[in-house]
Write a protein that binds this ligand. Structure first.
Ligand SMILES: Cc1cc2nc3c(=O)[nH]c(=O)nc-3n(C[C@H](O)[C@H](O)[C@H](O)COP(=O)(O)OP(=O)(O)OC[C@H]3O[C@@H](n4cnc5c(N)ncnc54)[C@H](O)[C@@H]3O)c2cc1C
Length: 405
């Protein structure tokens, strides 16, 4: 494959968590790696809470990133609140909650800065017997032995390899946001810290957990509370209105947080007062910059084609009920680097095995996440099935727990 005189060269498209896990692992395995991220601005400072599972820590350790208690907030248990704020139940489940920003900062610092290129939106890929070429909208191009498509749910790499694979909207959205611990009243702070909390309303599902604060501190008093509030939003009747920005421009299914109209946020906060427990209504009222994401399922038939491998959200997107987005991406990256090492960097031997292993895993995660979201999806479609998924016991037992797929 690569000439004996030079290390094999990998092009990684997408500089978020999946791309950086893969880039770091390949770099440490001796590959000459370059990352191309479409955003012209550094991604730092974006994102909210991330639920961790063991794969994330395994991948960080393989990269050589040491983690201590500063990586996240440890919680010992779960609690469900009723509409009046009373406790409906508790469950002991230990977990570590971190943030997208913290993980991105660690992974970026571990990777050579001069090999991470901002402002490079991939517009097409071509491959032949000798290599693969990526072309970028800024006119640049790059050539390598392997190309990793880690460019997320709207992947340009996937669109070219497998145009028939498209995200499927589940009928509901998740409002998300962070509020500083000290911006909450003492009573709410006592109720929510440090717990994984739930509040269920008809057709809706709210959860939240503590994470590191805006300055990454995990010390009491300096943390944040992260919330995720699932609500139905009809694809034609409601989503376009939510996605119409402060300038009147309609975005396709998602909108940058600063562009969300104030009346949309005010209506969401009013609905929180009407339907959520008082603790969560307060969290929503005081969150700094709430934003929403439409919930999708995405499944790719396979994760490779010749010299190209798909990874993370570019290949499979599971609804966030499983809390597996980052874990899955880190698992993909470990499998890719591990199988390449095992095959002595022979792509023809490693990539089909990578695709088979990780597509099996991706399908299982997407299917389980769909089951967990079955009640919300049914409500969004005007049905009332899967109500057994919408009890305090069921959500505390099932949502975002570590399990084997
Ligand atoms: C800024 C940001 C914040 C996030 N915050 C959270 C969060 O708080 N909680 C959570 O659960 N998940 C969050 N996610 C999603 C989470 O990172 C993913 O679900 C998961 O980690 C899988 O990551 P990924 O790298 O495969 O995909 P993504 O994280 O979606 O990353 C894809 C990357 O590819 C880039 N890209 C897209 N198209 C192109 C192109 N044509 N050329 C070059 N680059 C391209 C994107 O800009 C992005 O950086 C966030 C993603 C981003 C980008």
């Amino acid at each position: 494959m690569a000439a004996a005189s030079r290390p094999p060269r990998a092009l990684v498209i997408g500089g978020s968590l999946g791309g950086l896990f893969a880039a770091n692992l390949l770099h440490r395995a001796g590959w000459d790696v370059e990352v191309f991220e479409q955003s012209a601005e550094p991604l730092a400072g974006r994102g909210a809470g991330i639920i961790t599972h063991p794969d994330i820590f395994d991948a960080l350790a393989r990269i050589g990133i040491a983690t201590d208690e500063g990586i996240g907030v440890d919680i010992e248990g779960r609690v469900a609140f009723g509409r009046d704020g009373g406790t409906l139940g508790t469950l002991p489940v230990r977990q570590c909650l971190t943030t997208w920003g913290r993980l991105h900062e660690l992974l970026l610092a571990a990777f050579p800065a001069d090999r991470y290129r901002l402002g490079h939106a991939c517009s097409g890929v071509e491959q032949d017997a000798k290599g693969v070429t990526a072309r970028f909208r800024n006119g640049a191009s790059a050539r390598g032995d392997l190309l990793v498509g880690a460019d997320g749910i709207r992947s340009a790499v996937r669109a070219q390899l497998s145009p028939e694979t498209a995200p499927r909207y589940a009928g509901y959205i998740a409002w998300r946001g962070l509020v500083g611990e000290n911006d909450l009243t003492p009573q709410t702070r006592r109720d929510l810290f440090p717990k994984f909390a739930f509040s269920l309303a008809p057709r809706e599902h709210m959860l939240g957990y503590p994470v590191a604060g805006f300055g990454h501190s995990t010390l009491a008093g300096e943390r944040c509370f992260n919330f995720v509030w699932y609500r139905p939003a009809h694809a034609e009747r409601e989503l376009p209105g939510l996605c119409t920005d402060i300038h009147g421009r309609i975005h396709d299914m998602s909108i940058p947080p600063p562009l969300i109209r104030l009346e949309v946020i005010a209506a969401m906060r009013a609905a929180a007062r009407d339907s959520l427990s008082p603790q969560f209504a307060e969290v929503v009222a005081r969150a700094r910059q709430p934003f929403f994401q439409a919930i999708f399922d995405l499944e790719s038939a396979r994760m490779h084609c010749g010299r190209i491998a798909l990874l993370g959200d570019a290949a499979f997107v599971a609804r966030p009920h499983v809390g597996m987005g980052v874990s899955k991406a880190s698992g993909d990256a470990m499998a890719l680097a591990g199988l390449l090492r095992k095959a002595d960097n022979d792509l023809a031997a490693a990539l089909p095995e990578y695709s088979a292993q990780r597509a099996r895993f991706g399908r299982a995660v997407v299917a389980h996440a769909r089951e967990l979201g079955a009640y919300l999806e049914a409500c969004a479609a005007g049905k009332t099935t899967a109500a057994e998924r919408h009890t305090p016991e069921a959500v505390m037992r099932d949502i975002a727990v570590t399990r084997t797929f």
